[in-house]
Design a protein around this ligand. Sequence first.
Ligand code: NAD
Length: 486
Amino acid sequence: MWYKKQQPMTRITIAKGDGIGPEIMEATLKVLSAAGAALEYDEIEVGEKEYLAGNTSGIKPESWDVIRKNKVFLKAPITTPQGGGYKSLNVSTRKFLGLFANVRPCTSLYPFVDTKHPKMDIVIVRENEEDLYAGIEHQQTDEVVQCLKLISRPGCEKIIRYAFEYAKQNNRKKVTCFTKDNIMKQTDGLFHQVFEEIGKEYPEIEQEHWIIDIGAAKMADTPENFDVIVVPNLYGDVLSDVAAQIAGSVGLAGSSNIGEECAMFEAIHGSAPKMAGKNTANPSGLLQGAVMMLNHIGQSDVAAAIQNAWLKTIEDGIHTKDIYQEGISKKLVGTQEFADAIIQNLGQKPNQLQPVSYSQEYKIQIPKYQRKPQQAKTLEGVDIFVHWPGFEANQLAELMTQLQKDKIKLSMITNRGIKVWPNGFEETFCTDHWRCRFVKEDYQEMSRAEIIELLQRAIETKVEVIKTENLYSFEGKKGYSLGQGQ
Ligand code: NAD
């Protein structure tokens, strides 16, 4: 019988979610209870039932009070209706609670789980609050919709510092950053720049940056060359599923979502609706989330006991369908039987796989973000986006040059980012969504009143303006991109 020392009870919130959620939660809670985790639960309803009851946020308002009171949330996956007005509750929870760091370890369990990457042991630290997940989307013309990609300095600093602190605390040797800053020079450029800045504070940790496309290819090909990977939100979402799958199964990986006050723990996979109710899902992802949660709340001895029993069960060849392989596995089991086998192994350690022991002080603390002094900001011009159903950039330019006045001049027109005037190519395909850039001669400062007057002239000329974007320089450095081909 496995022995644990007495600990004070921690009250947490749980949600059983949708699809395979209830069965993997049942398996996880059974293991937590048998291991003697000192936990009390408040259960809330989230997901499909709430959406179908007409609650577009997927959660009752009073359930937020429970989550905020307990501060620790163990959540099974939920189904997010596709399209429509529904917002993902996963994304809302991460953002409402300020859970800025999403930590996703993906480790090979070779030779007991088949993988082409026996030495893989990576941790993806995914930014969790911003990027395209701001979910700010608009249809602007008949032909064009847009999604805003928002990257902030506090967001970058918090996640990148967290990644370095995680590496330091877990004795990891290297942090790799992936961005696409050759294309998105402002947004991904900021993430990369902050990585370079904060990296200087951790000279003992090796650091590198890859453009995400080749970086992702290398991670999928030779993951053993990577250690901790820090990435903006969307790239992290995609990469961590790839990493979990190539380590053995997407069903094996758990994740923690960490904020300054609250934390949420979950599997990385979704609700797999087709597998629901069949007792075939692998509960390991949620259990791995629960192990991270126990570490987070200081019950590291229970966390280690569960982790070692889980590794031993995998090593014994007792496998769910997703990782079962003739010649490697010994026994095919269902979700609940897999949990029972882990319970039988409590108190034991794996023989070949590396057993774990966790320190009591596992929680990673990073300093609160200190806002920087405001920079000198100069308004140099304005991008006016127009809905214009013609095809000829030169015709639009004739119209837009009528808006010029005094020193304010039309400097270029782009269509989906590519310069089409002046000197555009006939071959360039154009939609009905155009950006017309107005600047003052010699990039002198423009006033807001001059922009309003410009828009007034656009109304008089019957040009349909759909949005404007001010062009600023900060401390003399341009804070906007050139047109492609400019
Ligand atoms: P999914 O991760 O639910 O399932 C994809 C496939 O992965 C499954 O068909 C199955 O083959 C495999 N799989 C996933 N979990 C497994 C497990 N525990 N054991 C064995 N195999 C497993 O992805 P999906 O089908 O794209 O998404 C289904 C729903 O889940 C969607 O509504 C999506 O929005 C939601 N989702 C929720 C979360 C979350 O709650 N955190 C995360 C991702 C997706």
